[in-house]
Write a protein that binds this ligand. Sequence first.
Ligand SMILES: CC(C)(COP(=O)(O)OP(=O)(O)OC[C@H]1O[C@@H](n2cnc3c(N)ncnc32)[C@H](O)[C@@H]1OP(=O)(O)O)[C@@H](O)C(=O)NCCC(=O)NCCS
Length: 164
Amino acid sequence: MLRDPALIEFIDGPHDSDWTRGDHIQVYVRKSDWRVLGGSRIPALDVANAHVRPERFRGHGLFTRWLARAEQEADRRGVIVYLENVGNRRLWDFYLRRGYLPEEGSGDMCAWRPMSPEQERGILDAFLNGCPWRTNPTSMQPEEWDAVRERIRRLDAEAGRVAA
Ligand SMILES: CC(C)(COP(=O)(O)OP(=O)(O)OC[C@H]1O[C@@H](n2cnc3c(N)ncnc32)[C@H](O)[C@@H]1OP(=O)(O)O)[C@@H](O)C(=O)NCCC(=O)NCCS
């Protein structure tokens, strides 16, 4: 799989949010310390805006390829891709077909990429050792860390039940 140099530069760079720029595509991304998604506190790579310009380059898969690379990079970093205020009905339907889950109660077009229990377990375990974003200190309270530990216990118990 190809990797996206602009996205990697952003992730490893000092900014918490920025436009990443490629050939004819710009995507606004953010490093979120954590979000409550599916009952879990999970660090996220937010995708907040996107443009392909000029217009004639739209509809040729540029963004689909960018997203595939972003999802792969998120998996590698132990974060979840979160879509913030998609704001384009056609694109929203594209995300839903791709398996993204609408964020309950958000009111806006926000969604997140689902994870398997094993993936969630791995992300949470790493998260306990520190937020994957180098530049962001996490703002979690002690009881929120307890919730992460409790979630891990629950995932382990459910995995045990499945195995039994
Ligand atoms: C939305 C956008 C970033 C997608 O980039 P792209 O390279 O054209 O996308 P792809 O070719 O990979 O297609 C992926 C999805 O993008 C959406 N899309 C593609 N071309 C589009 C266009 N001309 N207008 C709006 N959405 C478009 C579609 O949902 C498409 O999936 P679908 O054809 O299965 O419905 C780009 O079309 C664009 O800049 N549109 C205008 C600005 C915009 O709406 N930005 C998103 C909201 S902030």
